[in-house]
Design a protein around this ligand. Structure first.
Ligand code: ADP
Ligand code: X2W
Length: 303
């Protein structure tokens, strides 16, 4: 079958393939042996073809010597199950208000359904993945989030109580080091645990950022459902640093789910990750385009 396809290529198509592979070579050399953390957002996880393309990109990265680590979200998928049991989703500054019942659903959806679906997709694409939540190997030690009210004009206290919403206290990389060493692709659900064994729902972007820092990753890629970070006119902002981000938060250009994304992207580069990228997960093979070609897609964040 494969030989047949190759024989049917015309000269121009064959030349195109050769030039694509040649373009990829310096990137393969540069990133070989390096860790690349890819956050797969729930909003970018909707189309079957895109999901399969994502899994193939991750497997290809592994086969050419990079160490991809996947951290996934699942906000819309949690919302669907909450709807089905008749519970309303409520978000404050991009974080889901999480009571005890919601926490159970979050853990079931993220650690069960979504995590195992991604593990499965990677296996279907020929890779070898292991799914974990932050409880496995004590990977994500969480603390309760104390969220500052960014809009004091709202009728809410200065520090907002979001219930079981956590922050990353510490990442224990031991289990990840072991998996990477043995050529598995870790797939991580953003559920953390504190010293008392209490579960926490952590925004997946924040987990991805801290995992990237702890693993001294080369790149942090955040796949989402926009072209990247957009200005008020909807134009893509291709490059950003700390100063420009502050201004965009203050004037309300960045809000909701983009707030934790940009916060963790910035913190990661300030804490040693070489580059952070907000990437359009609706584009087929977005990961491959970002890693293997001269055409970076989305917004690059530098320190
Ligand atoms: N300046 C901005 N540029 C692009 N998207 C933004 C911006 N500010 C807020 N957003 C919102 O952030 C959303 C992405 O965050 P989120 O819904 O949490 O996605 P994900 O599931 O990928 O983490 C976008 O769909 C958009 O509604
Ligand atoms: C605290 C908090 O908001 N947690 C998120 C965790 C999942 C997530 O981050 O999913 P996305 O990446 O798809 O948005 C939530 O409950 O939706």
């Amino acid at each position: 079958m494969r030989a047949q396809q190759t024989m049917n290529l015309n000269k121009e198509q064959a030349q195109n393939i050769a030039s694509v592979l040649t373009e990829a070579l310096p990137y393969i050399q540069r990133f070989s042996g390096k860790t690349i953390v890819v956050k797969y957002g729930g909003n970018a996880m909707t189309d079957e073809g895109l999901k399969q393309g994502f899994a193939r990109d991750i497997v290809l990265m592994k086969l050419v010597g990079m160490n991809p680590v996947v951290v996934h979200g699942g906000g819309p998928q949690i919302g669907d199950l909450l709807d089905r049991v008749g519970k309303q989703s409520e978000f404050i500054q991009g974080m889901r208000v999480t009571d005890t019942e919601t926490m159970d659903i979050v853990e079931m959806v993220l650690g069960g359904l979504v995590n195992k679906e991604i593990v499965n997709l990677i296996h279907q694409a020929g890779g070898n993945a292991v799914g974990l939540t932050g409880k496995d190997g004590n990977l994500i030690c969480a603390t309760k989030m104390k969220m500052k009210n960014l809009a004091p004009e709202l009728d809410a206290p200065e520090i907002i109580d979001l219930g079981h919403v956590g922050e990353v206290g510490q990442i224990n990389t031991k289990v990840l080091d072991m998996l990477i060493q043995d050529d598995f692709i870790p797939v991580i659900a953003p559920v953390g645990v504190d010293k008392e064994g209490q579960s926490y729902n952590i925004n997946a972007d924040l987990v991805a950022g801290k995992i990237a820092e702890a693993l001294h990753a080369e790149k942090l890629m955040l796949l989402t459902n926009t072209a990247g970070l957009l200005d008020k006119q909807g134009t893509l902002l291709t490059g950003l640093n700390a100063e420009s981000v502050d201004k965009l938060v203050e004037d309300g250009t960045i809000y909701g789910g983009m707030l934790p994304k940009i916060q963790c992207a910035l913190e990661a580069v300030q804490n040693g990750v070489h580059s952070s990228h907000i990437v359009d997960g609706r584009v087929e093979h977005a990961v491959m385009l970002e890693v293997f070609t001269d055409e970076g897609v989305g917004t690059l964040i530098t320190a």
